[in-house]
Unconditional design. Structure first.
Length: 191
């Protein structure tokens, strides 16, 4: 699992350095004497600004951006708050796309609903192996839509297949969780 890898490999031996100013928290999270996987979190008002070895991102929350307020956010909720990122919003996972397509095709019995259903399935399956991004996958889907009998509802249903959260975004969240856990366990050692 990606979360376990991030904790054990990326953030092994990371330490916290924190400065608190009026309405602002600056948290440096990294291994001493190394820039590898180092992250700086700046929490200000309802924003989290992130920079460092894993790139840059901005999250805008509906609450105050403090560790206490965000420690219970799950990954998906936190990721929904992303407003800017130096990379693609989603990564493309071919295995996930193939599995979801197979499940979907079988569940909705697409081969029976479309005379060229088997060919459409083979075409989508074929280009999944070629795709390296969600955008590329979606461009290929539009070609299928324009050249076959597939209807827009199927294209809409398969539009997000293979879409996964990028590992760097997972890393930002895991870092905050580890920081919160370490700080709150020091404050309340008997809890």
């Amino acid at each position: 699992m990606m979360i376990k890898e991030v904790k054990q490999e990326w953030f092994k031996d990371h330490e916290i350095s924190m400065k608190i100013y009026d309405g602002l928290q600056i948290i440096d999270w990294g291994r001493p004497n190394s820039g590898m996987y180092r992250i700086r979190y700046i929490l200000s008002n309802n924003n989290i600004f992130i920079s460092g070895d894993l790139g840059e991102a901005v999250y805008t929350l509906t609450c105050k951006a403090t560790l206490k307020d965000i420690k219970d956010f799950n990954l998906h909720y936190f990721t929904q708050k992303l407003t800017a990122f130096c990379g693609d919003r989603w990564d493309f996972d071919q295995d996930s796309a193939r599995k979801r397509l197979a499940d979907y095709w079988e569940w909705y019995d697409i081969n029976e609903r479309h005379e060229d259903g088997k060919d459409i399935y083979k075409d989508i399956l074929s280009f999944i192996s070629e795709c390296i991004s969600v955008e590329h996958y979606r461009q290929k889907l539009m070609t299928i839509y324009e050249t076959t009998t597939v209807d827009s509802s199927i294209i809409e249903d398969v539009w997000d297949f293979g879409q996964i959260i990028p590992s760097r975004l997972i890393g930002y969240w895991v870092g905050l969780q580890m920081i919160s856990e370490e700080l709150f366990n020091k404050e309340n050692p008997n809890d």
